[in-house]
Design a binder for this molecule. Structure first.
Ligand code: NDP
Length: 240
């Protein structure tokens, strides 16, 4: 039987490429999203992958959704925590609300989903979890104190949880993408983006498919010995 893979934020951007790659690899994929119904409808129409709407930062909503997903499709055995947001501002303008939104979504979402699938994975003695971090969690970034803290937290979270899961054959890894051509990055002013690309040895932005390839590697059934690692996919921009 195909294993169920849940990809948060899995109907557009990097998440959509991850969902489609996992589907091609034979997983039964379920995508989640926050509010973009139009993108979700179009994605399901194109791929057949069902989309569930819930806020990853809301534990109660995640609990209801995971119960529903497992009732509809079976236990989640592959989890990709990809949903993320930015609320960029320098410290002078960084409000408590901007801080909370980014920490609660990007890092809190990882806790919420991992917590909800953990007991099932432990009982079945199989699990593959990939958390999407960021180059800016590794290196920091001007104007992104909240985002860098959340993504850096994901890298620590991953290493700690990997230690807890290892004996139960649950692997927990992170991917730290560099700058990838999605709506999130298209929001960066053109002159800033030009400077960013100039600093990427490969000389281009990443593609969502570049990141999906890493997820496939880390979630393979036989990837049993890779856990607690962070895979940097950044065109050589930051070698960690
Ligand atoms: P996009 O902005 O293109 O897509 C974000 C996705 O996350 C959407 O599906 C969105 O749903 C979903 N989402 C956002 N907030 C929530 C929430 N509270 N609950 C549920 N779902 C939510 O992002 P990218 O594809 O660019 O990024 C994907 C991941 O990769 C993020 O974690 C990001 O931080 C990380 N990353 C991206 C980089 C890049 O260069 N693009 C670089 C490094 C890391 P909806 O469509 O409904 O809004």
């Amino acid at each position: 039987m195909a294993r169920v893979a849940l990809v948060t934020g899995g109907q557009r951007g990097i998440g959509a490429a991850i969902s489609e790659a996992l589907q091609t690899a034979g997983r039964k994929v379920v995508a989640s999203y926050a509010g973009n119904d139009e993108a979700a409808r179009a994605f399901t129409e194109r791929t057949g992958i069902p989309c569930y709407k819930f806020d990853v930062s809301d534990f109660a909503a995640c609990e209801v959704a995971v119960r529903q997903i497992e009732a509809d499709h079976g236990p989640v055995e592959v989890l990709v925590n990809n949903a993320g947001i930015t609320r960029d501002a320098v410290m002078k303008r960084l409000t408590r609300d901007m801080w909370d939104a980014v920490i609660d979504t990007n890092l809190g979402g990882c806790y919420n989903l991992c917590k909800l699938v953990w007991d099932g994975m432990t009982a079945r003695k199989f699990g593959r979890i990939v958390n999407i971090g960021s180059i800016n969690g590794q290196a920091g970034q001007y104007g992104q104190v909240n985002y860098a803290a959340a993504k850096s937290g994901i890298h620590g979270f991953t290493k700690a949880l990997a230690q807890e899961g290892a004996r139960a054959h649950i692997t927990v890894n992170a991917i730290a993408p560099g700058y990838v051509d999605t709506e999130m990055v298209r929001a960066v002013p053109a002159e800033v983006l030009e400077k960013i690309i100039a600093r990427i040895p490969r000389g281009r932005l990443g593609t969502a498919e570049d990141i999906a390839r890493g997820v496939l590697f880390l979630t393979a059934d036989d990837a049993d010995f890779v856990t607690g690692s962070t895979l940097s996919i950044n065109g050589g921009q930051h070698m960690y």
